[in-house]
Design a protein around this ligand. Sequence first.
Ligand code: ATR
Length: 295
Amino acid sequence: MNVFNFFNGAAKVYGIIGNPIEHSFSPVLQNSLLDFMGSNGVYVPFKVDENDIEEAIKGLFKLNFEGINVTVPHKKSVIKYLCGLDNTAQKVGAVNTLKRTNNGFVGYNTDIIGLEKSFNINKIDVSNKVAMLIGAGGAANAVAVLLAQMGASDIIFVNRTFDNAKKLKNKISSFYSGNVHITDFEEMYNYNKPYIVINATSVGMGNGVWESPVKKEEFFNGVEYAFDVIYIPWKTKFLSDAEKYGCKCINGFDMLIYQGIASYEIWHDITIDKKSAVDIKNVLSDFFLNGGGDK
Ligand code: ATR
């Protein structure tokens, strides 16, 4: 970034709210996009406590913020302070992108768009296929809605807490007519081989970096795709076990980049062409793999 091309007083202002926020990759991603697209703008991180969310949203509106990303733990709680929701955000019941309008911010969910893009570029087509989804939290919500939208024949939910999986099942039941199964970490191996197994839990990151939610790794034998929403570490134990059994393995980095690109497109009312998107992704993955993601 050349300092003389940097934003000036007419800059549009964007940001992200979450808690914690220090490890978010979004400021790097979004400021790179602003720079790459030659846009006069800046994107900043804000640590916001759950109790302050209403004031934060009102303040960001008054301060003329053009767009906001929302991350954990505010993706659901922020909704009641918005003036509208797009269809997908309504289906998921969670937002990660807010766009300014005259009346307030409208909420979008680009996690789903990023996930769908990641499926497309990695040639994952779940239509009429069996998908096993491990987890039932925020990330799993987006995955479940996408699997339902893409017409998977069966979704097998695997989760530690049955009630959370049940809630997710109820959420998609209004628009999904495929088969839904709920199981646990003991019984999951009794199902027929799924086409894809997706890890949407936090198992495999942080302190549990040597753990996989799939304890019997032979289960991957015959599974076509293993997808992990985690990207730190780049290759989780879940993915390295799956790789041993010949699965095609995808981590959460493409999803991360494409949800960010989708937010950018919504804020700027543009479509970033495929080649530019891949160029940006490659620059960011080089930066990330060289330690930039830890900053
Ligand atoms: P996120 O928004 O990142 O998805 P979350 O909403 O807290 O985070 O959800 C975390 C998911 O990981 C949940 O499905 C959780 O299972 P529960 O519904 O039983 O809480 C799952 N999870 C977290 N730690 C786990 C562990 N050690 N073993 C199994 N599942 C775990």
